[in-house]
Design a protein around this ligand. Structure first.
Ligand code: OMD
Ligand code: FE2
Length: 424
């Protein structure tokens, strides 16, 4: 793998395939076709500019007409109008079934904004039981942050192969063709489809030059290509709808590439978790792995935040997440273990949604435990929760409000708090 967050990489699967010193020579070695993939406007500021040059067996332009695609029937897209906005706190059990390939199993929980306007996100889960084989997907509507939760993934992309397992994340940039195969025969996980600005590392401010997700731990694949003339079905998502066409060869035919736009993998266990060594735990923004900014500084289109294993040493402090109401909307998932604000009901593969200003925090059982705890240093182990936090309120998809995975008694976890006893 090639290391470094959005580094400028050069990689060739065949020696001599990559032009030296220029992008588009009159004749590329071996008759390869040069193609630029732009992830930002040509004129985006240099520090935000993302593009790569791909050298391939055939140009991607060589494909038949797209026709509407009938699969992936539970996939929804912004603008989200299937259900009215809903201020309720919502929580879902983990999906029980695995059916279809990665693409066809994508099931939308909630979303905001719209791909046409390039803002907002959608949250989906996949629960797949077959390889995509000779089917490839590309998403013109946004980049896809994939969070495997159960089972490994082998993701073939135009840029090379990425192997991922639970506790990894993979980000596939907008427009990049990819196929997901399942080494374990089945897999489940979460997807954040980001219609907005591409994910980047958060600024570190007074933390300094190091910490949180360190740039060198991000890995892009080395060039690897399939040389087959067997047909592939290529499905794309475009302005909310799915379309399919046939390509008479593998879309993964890139022999060499260079640039700073590529799919990447990150191992969440490498996150340098920072927390209090005195009292009161900081806001969870201290756990931000990646951020997609909106036009308003510090107010994200989406922050991807994790809750990794960590030491709790705070003195005289209520240690679990405190009660709060947030202008930002929070969609949470759990990759493994327990989450310290919930003593039950939030299982790995489950999900919760706390929209703008909805009151939430520890359930009654977790609260009681926390106020009675002997505050020794404690290591929270074997856990990994995460949050997609957005300035845009999420609207649930129709399925998400109808499924029996939706817990009807979620409000009940905040029942039973005793009234404070104020003297006088
Ligand atoms: O709601 C949650 O569980 C996530 C969360 C954790 C925390 O420590 C503070 C705020 C917050 O939204
Ligand atoms: Fe919260």
């Amino acid at each position: 793998m090639l290391t470094g967050f959005q580094n400028h990489q050069s990689t060739e699967a065949v020696s001599g395939a990559l032009p030296i010193g220029q992008n588009s020579p009159q004749n590329v070695s071996f008759g390869l076709y040069a193609e630029q993939l732009s992830g930002t406007a040509f004129t985006a500021p240099r520090h935000e500019n993302l593009r790569s040059w791909l050298y391939r067996l055939r140009p991607t332009a060589a494909h038949a007409q797209y026709v509407p695609y009938a699969g992936a029937q539970a996939l929804r897209s912004g603008p989200f109008t299937e259900t009215p906005p809903n201020p309720n706190r919502l929580r879902w059990d983990a999906p029980r079934q695995f059916a279809g390939d990665f693409l066809d199993s994508l099931t939308t929980y909630a979303g905001s904004g719209s791909p046409d306007a390039q803002h907002g996100i959608a949250v989906h889960m996949f629960s797949a039981d077959r390889n995509m084989d000779r089917r490839a997907f590309m998403n013109a509507d946004g980049e896809m942050l994939i969070v495997p939760q159960d089972g490994a993934l082998r993701i073939r992309t135009e840029f090379g192969i990425i192997d991922a397992a639970p506790l990894h994340i993979v980000v596939i940039p907008r427009g990049v063709r990819f196929s997901v195969d399942l080494p374990d025969g089945r897999a489940r996980g979460y997807v954040c489809e980001n219609y907005g600005a591409t994910f980047r590392l958060p600024d570190l401010g007074p933390i300094g030059a190091n910490g949180l997700a360190n740039p060198r731990d991000f890995e892009a694949p080395e060039a690897a290509y399939e040389d087959t003339d067997e047909p592939y079905e290529l499905i794309q998502k475009y302005c909310g709808a799915l379309w399919a066409t046939e390509v008479r060869h593998s879309p993964f035919d890139v022999v060499a590439w260079h640039g700073n736009l590529a799919p990447y993998r990150y191992d969440l266990t490498r996150f340098n978790t920072i927390g209090t060594v005195s009292f009161d735990h900081p806001d969870p923004s201290i756990f931000t792995v990646l951020t997609s900014p909106s036009g308003t500084p510090g107010t994200a289109n989406c922050d991807f935040v994790i809750f990794p294993p960590r030491w709790m040493v705070a003195e005289n402090t209520f240690r679990p997440p405190w009660f709060h109401r947030n202008i930002m909307s929070e969609f949470m998932g759990l990759i493994t273990g327990d989450y310290d604000a919930k003593s039950g009901g939030f299982a790995p593969g489950g999900a919760s949604l706390h929209n703008c200003m909805s009151s939430h925090g520890p359930d009654a059982a977790s609260y009681k435990k926390a106020v009675e705890a002997d505050l020794q240093p404690v290591k929270i182990e074997d856990t990994m929760a995460f949050m997609f936090e957005s300035r845009y309120a999420f609207r649930p998809a129709g399925w998400a409000m109808e499924t029996d995975l939706l817990q009807s008694d979620y409000d009940g976890c905040w029942n039973g708090f005793e009234k404070a006893d104020v003297p006088g």
